[in-house]
Design a protein around this ligand. Sequence first.
Ligand code: SF4
Length: 350
Amino acid sequence: MRDTIRRFEERVIAGDLLGYQEGCQLATIGEDSPDLLDLISSANRVRLHFKGNRVDTCSIVNAKSGSCSEDCSFCAQSAHHAAGAQSYPLLDGDAIARAADEAFDAGAEAFGLVAAWKGLREGPELETLLDRIRELVAKNKGHVDGSLGHVPSESIAHRLKEAGVHTYNHNLETAPSHFGNICTTHTFQDRVETIRRLQAAGIRICSGGIFGMGENWEQRVELAVHLRELKVDVLPMNFLNPIAGTPLEHVAPLTPRECLKTIALYRMLLPTANLMVAGGREVNLRDLQSWAFHAGANACMVGNYLTTPGRSAGEDRRMLTDLGLTSSMGEPAPLVATAPSPLRMIAAGA
Ligand code: SF4
């Protein structure tokens, strides 16, 4: 397998794209096999070749939480599940502005407004939302993004563009052959159509998936190929953090090495995409989360997620600097050692 991986790497760096079968071939590498480190090394060289040493960062706020009409089985915010996620209407302008200030001050390049609902429609709520977006754009602190669900018409897509939305997140979530097992209230094709409308309006697309929802490796390759065909600009890679009360609560989480293999596989299949490590980074990758970048990722979400907390900006800043990567987050604070307290020394047997 080592020679195959190396051959694929050379082809990808020369500008060739691997096909579905070749992706499936790489996906047969076992998580316990030494070949996994070869795949990770190849993916790292592909990342360096196409993306350099820079990591893009973004942060989000859950601007409208819970009580969503859709039944996505991974989601704590669906009204169909009893996950107990907070439910509140669209935040007021001050609350959104404070969250944006916090994100930009921590060094994020982009700030995304996320809403838990089926999607956008004409009416007063859309007008309020567009006002919120315009207010953030006028502050000119960084990119203002949206993750606001289904976009039913080209005119709404154009209004988002006019308000200043830079990038719109709308994940495909999983392969079309698995989508019906994850959601029954809308279809994979509905999601593709929203993406096409936004692209036609000139909005950049952030679209990826959630891994570890019972899909097999072929389905992970299938999703990668669809995302490549859609020419998404940013591809968030989320790893399921099973939440109690959702239908997926008992699914075994992916191991750190499965996550790294998925990232490396996606870098080999999507050499020029911005692969963003997103939800589940801390829970699923654990001590190996810094490896995500050397497995091919070149972007990460910082701050909190929608219904679960993330790491501090200081920890992420330190991690990226220690890896020799550059980002908008700047340099970490100097490390200052402090003497352990006498109580801790006693506990440690000193
Ligand atoms: S549409 Fe979004 S908020 Fe609603 S259930 Fe699905 S993932 Fe959750």
